[in-house]
Design a protein around this ligand. Structure first.
Ligand code: GLN
Length: 379
């Protein structure tokens, strides 16, 4: 059998969720909330189905939803992205990233990827015959070492993937990162940016999310990817969107139309209506920050040491003081013997770099977090 992805195994999220299930462990691994989403939004979905929105939606997404998104980003990021030519609704953020890369990459193109990297990026690149060029973020703050980026750019560099707030670390980019990006695309006219911003509304301590959408000169060369699942606590709905310059979006849609074609229509009508409720997304940062703080407080009773988390719904912990095992072994033992599942950070490095760090998802009910911390304090 000829494999296009000979080195790719099963995603760590599936592996760890399966293990959690087998051992009846509290799953703080895969990132998803365990609390109820908005019942108002569910009612809107029901209403949309009963109103008859049950046939194919527009290939690029329900026009009203795209219009509402254009209004939202205008207000939030002062962005002029055009609903008709620059926004496409997708079945999730990961799909948007995959489609962006697939629409642009040719064989042997190089793509700069920062590690730890969300685990879909590299297979998305290699399946297209392109090559990931890996740069490790600076442990433990996980900053971008820009001097290395400049060094690694070649005539073959076609793209750079950025992700803020960052999965798995919760790091966020700042103004100087934005300046560096501007410099790079000014200097290298063939490079485009894929910006994974699925945690845009999950950012703490009053830090402003520096969306690429704020910078017209960057958006001109970018695909910016978002997720409704993260914002509205419905990861199982698998719906997101991509915003790009008109010419990049034109290419994106060529791939999208022959892949999933269009996204379920009733959810789109419901979301269009729900976007009128600004508070639903503006209040999210506070809500989730309280969970981060609650979890951090509980974890003080354990020997795990927190790394900084400025955004996303993940918190990394070092277990250096607890064990010498590698992080995969330790995560497996934690599930089996203590009934708590987390994600080992080595899974986000091609060279399996092991800093003895685990990622915990704190988008959980207080009771879940309390029970998990209690179990972890027994170590
Ligand atoms: N984004 C989720 C996480 O980081 C996982 C999504 C998935 O399992 N594909 O945990």
């Amino acid at each position: 059998l000829i494999s296009k992805l000979p080195d790719t195994g099963t995603t760590i999220f599936t592996v760890m969720s399966q293990l959690a299930l087998e051992h009846n462990a509290i799953n703080l691994g895969q990132g998803f909330p365990d609390f109820m989403m908005s019942e108002e939004l569910i009612a809107l979905v029901n209403a949309a189905m009963l109103q008859g929105h049950n046939q194919y939606a527009h290939m690029c997404g329900v026009p009203l939803l795209r219009e509402k998104l254009a209004q939202k980003i205008q207000k939030l990021y002062n962005s002029d992205a055009n609903a008709e030519t620059q926004i496409t609704i997708t079945p999730g953020g990961t799909y948007a990233i995959y489609t962006a890369l697939t629409s642009m990459l040719k064989k042997d193109d190089e793509v700069i990827v920062f590690e730890p990297a969300y685990d879909s990026y590299i297979p998305n690149i290699t399946v297209n015959g392109a090559k990931p060029v890996l740069i490790q973020l600076q442990y433990p703050a996980y900053n971008i070492p820009w001097h290395k980026v400049h060094e690694k750019i070649t005539a073959k560099t076609r793209a750079i993937i950025i992700n803020s707030p960052h999965n798995p670390t919760g790091a966020v980019i700042n103004e100087s990162d934005i300046e560096q990006l501007k410099l790079i695309i000014q200097k290298h006219k063939n490079i485009f940016i894929v910006s994974d911003e699925v945690y845009e509304h999950l950012i703490f301590d009053d830090i402003a999310h520096l969306s690429i959408l704020r910078y017209p000169e960057l958006l001109e060369r970018s695909f910016v990817c978002f997720s409704f699942g993260k914002t509205y606590h419905c990861t199982g709905w698998k719906i997101g969107y991509c915003i790009a310059s008109p010419s990049l979006m034109h290419e994106f849609r060529k791939v999208h139309q022959f892949n999933c074609f269009s996204v379920n229509s009733f959810v789109q009508y419901a979301l269009a209506e729900f976007l009128n409720n600004e508070d639903a997304y503006l209040s999210l940062s506070n809500f989730i920050q309280r969970k981060r703080d609650y979890f951090q407080n509980l974890m003080k009773t354990t020997k795990f040491r927190p790394l900084a988390s400025h955004g996303s719904y993940f918190q990394c912990y070092s277990y250096k003081d607890l064990s010498d095992e590698n992080d995969m072994e330790f995560a497996i033992r934690l599930t089996k013997e203590y009934g708590v599942t987390a994600i080992p950070l080595s899974s986000f490095y091609q060279n399996k770099r092991d800093d003895k760090v685990l990622r915990f998802c704190f988008a959980k009910k207080e009771g879940t977090l309390k029970e998990a911390a209690e179990r972890l304090s027994r170590l």
